[in-house]
Design a protein around this ligand. Structure first.
Ligand code: GAP
Length: 457
C-alpha cells in the first residue's frame, strides 16, 4: 500500500489521542506539539526499544541524563555559536523569512515566494538556530544561555567523569535520550520538523585507527534496529551517504537512514564520524585535556567518536505512517495500525458484549484489572462491538477480549487478534498470562476464523 498522506495521519493522531497541536485553544504554535494519552505511550515504547537495544543489552554502552541548559562556553567550543546556522533571506515588503536553499535563484533576481514582489529580497544572511534565554534575574549579555540544539555535547563534556566512574576502556559509548531545541525557520510536515524535539543519541568513543570499522558497524546496526526492532518495512528505508559539501561542521563522514515518507525520502537518523573534533574543541575550550589511557599502545589517546543520532518524533511518525493500512472487508472498510505489539500503546482492550448486563460488566472490569498488572490494558463499553473493534484496530491494539453472555456459563472469553481478526476462546483466569506471552512473542497465536464476528474479509 502506498504511504498515506500526512493529512490522514494528522487526523488519526488527533482523533485518537496521539498528538495534538500545542496550545491549540490559542491558535497553536508552529513547530510545537503535545503527545496525548496514546502518543505518550507509543513514544515511551519507542524510547524503551532504543534504550534496551543501545544500552541495556550491551556491555559497552552506558547512559546519561544531562541538563538541557549547559554552560554557554560549551556552545562556543562546540562551534554551534559560530556555525549552527542556516542562510536566510528576508522580504523587505512582507517581512517573511525564507531558507536561502529553498529559493530557486539568486535573491536579487527572483520574486518573493510569498508576496510575489520582485527586488524585495535581501542577500542571504546566517541565522543561528539556537534558542537563547537568560539565567538569573537580569537579562544582560553575561547571563545568556542556550537551550541545547543536540544532546550530544553533554556526552563529550562528561566524557571523563563517565569513563572514570564506570572504569571504561576504549571502545565504549555514552547514550542519552532527551529534548533538544532548534529555532527552525520552516518547521512543518506534522512532527517531522519541530522546534522542540527529542533525540536518541549515542557517542561511541573508539581508538582513531578503528574509526572506519566502527562507522560501518554502527551504520549496519542502526539500520537493523529500524527493521528488526521497530518493525519498519525495509523497502521504505535506505542509506544515504552525505556528499562532502553537506557534512556538518564536525563530521568527516555521515550516512543518513532515510524513510520513504509521503513528502519523499527524508532523514530519520544520521550516523556521523565526528573524529576527535569535539573532545579537542572542549580540551581547547576548558583547558582540561580530554583523553583516555589506551592499554594496547600504552599511551593516552584522544578518541574518535562515531555517533548514531536519531529523532524520537520522527521515529513515532515513521511507526504511524509505516503501520497505517486501509482494508476492504466483506461488509465495510477498516483502518488498521499494523505495528509491533511491543510498540502498541494499548496491548489489550476488554470489551463487554452487552453493557446493560451488570454481571458481564463486572467480569469484564475484573479482567481488565488483572490484565493491567501484566500489560497496558483498557476497558471500553461506549459503543457497539463492531465500532469498538474498529477503534482498537485504528490505534494498533493487538488483542481485544470480548466478554459475552456465554462467559457467565463457561468462565471463558474470546481473544481476537488485530491483523488476522481470528479468535481464541480462553478461560478467563488464563487470559492475562496468555496475552502477556503473546505480546512478548513467547508463544504463537492459534486463532481460528469466526463467522459470527461478521469480520471475515
Ligand atoms: N548530534 C547530531 C545531531 O543532532 P542531526 O542530524 O542534526 O544530528 C539528529 O539530528 C536527528 O535528530 C535527525 O536525524 C532527526 O531524526 C532528529 N531531528 C533533527 N532536527 C529535528 C527537528 N527539527 N525536528 C524533529 N527531529 C529532528
Amino acid at each position: 500500500m502506498p504511504a498515506p498522506n500526512f493529512d490522514v495521519i494528522v487526523s488519526l493522531a488527533k482523533r485518537r489521542g496521539f498528538v495534538f497541536p500545542s496550545s491549540e485553544i490559542y491558535g497553536g504554535m508552529a513547530g510545537f506539539w503535545d503527545y496525548g494519552p496514546l502518543g505518550v505511550e507509543l513514544k515511551n515504547n519507542v524510547k524503551q526499544a532504543w534504550w534496551r537495544h543501545m544500552v541495556s543489552l550491551r556491555d559497552d554502552v552506558v547512559g546519561l541524563d544531562a541538563a538541557i541548559i549547559m554552560h554557554p562556553r560549551v556552545w562556543e567550543a562546540s562551534g554551534h555559536v559560530a556555525g549552527f546556522s542556516d542562510p536566510m533571506v528576508d522580504c523587505r515588503n512582507c517581512k517573511l523569512r525564507f531558507r536561502a536553499d529553498d529559493l530557486k535563484g539568486a535573491p536579487s533576481d527572483i520574486a518573493c515566494p510569498n508576496c510575489g514582489m520582485k527586488g524585495t529580497l535581501t542577500e542571504a544572511r546566517q541565522f543561528n538556530l539556537m534558542f537563547a534565554t537568560h539565567v538569573g534575574p537580569v537579562a544582560e549579555s553575561a547571563s545568556v544561555a542556550y537551550l541545547r540544539p543536540e544532546t550530544a555535547q553533554a556526552m563529550f563534556v562528561q566524557f571523563e567523569n563517565v569513563a572514570t566512574s564506570m572504569r571504561r576502556k576504549l571502545p565504549f559509548g555514552i547514550a542519552q535520550i532527551g529534548k533538544s531545541f532548534r529555532n527552525e525557520i520552516t518547521p512543518g510536515n506534522f512532527i517531522f520538523r519541530d522546534r522542540e524535539l527529542e533525540q536518541m543519541e549515542m557517542e561511541f568513543f573508539v581508538h582513531p585507527r578503528d574509526e572506519d570499522e566502527w562507522f560501518a558497524y554502527w551504520v549496519g546496526e542502526r539500520h537493523r534496529w529500524w527493521t528488526d526492532v521497530l518493525g519498519i518495512d525495509a523497502e521504505n528505508l535506505r542509506l544515504r551517504p552525505h556528499d562532502p559539501d553537506e557534512l556538518s561542521h564536525y563530521s568527516k563522514q555521515t550516512t543518513d537512514i532515510e524513510y520513504r515518507f509521503p513528502i519523499g525520502w527524508s532523514e530519520l537518523e544520521g550516523i556521523a564520524d565526528r573524529t576527535d573534533y569535539d573532545l579537542q574543541a572542549h580540551t581547547a575550550g576548558s583547558g582540561k585535556k580530554l583523553a583516555i589511557f589506551d592499554e594496547a599502545s600504552g599511551e593516552h589517546v584522544v578518541p574518535y567518536v562515531i555517533e548514531p543520532a536519531a529523532g524520537v518524533d520522527r521515529a513515532v511518525l515513521t511507526v504511524l505512517v509505516d503501520g497505517y493500512t486501509e482494508e476492504q472487508l466483506a461488509k465495510d472498510k477498516r483502518v488498521v495500525l499494523r505495528i509491533r505489539p511491543e510498540l502498541a500503546p494499548v496491548k489489550a482492550a476488554v470489551l463487554p458484549l452487552l453493557r446493560n448486563r451488570p454481571e458481564l460488566v463486572e467480569r469484564a472490569r475484573a479482567l481488565t484489572g488483572d490484565l493491567k498488572r501484566r500489560v497496558a490494558a483498557m476497558y471500553d463499553d461506549t459503543a457497539s462491538i463492531g465500532k469498538l473493534y474498529r477503534r482498537q484496530d485504528e490505534i494498533g491494539t493487538p488483542f481485544c477480549v470480548t466478554v459475552d453472555v456465554e462467559s457467565l456459563d463457561d468462565g471463558a472469553a474470546t481473544i481476537r487478534e488485530r491483523d488476522s481478526m481470528t479468535q481464541e476462546r480462553v478461560a478467563l483466569e488464563h487470559i492475562p498470562e496468555r496475552i502477556e506471552a503473546l505480546v512478548a512473542g513467547r508463544t504463537p497465536w492459534q486463532g481460528v476464523p469466526r463467522e459470527t464476528s461478521g469480520e471475515a474479509s
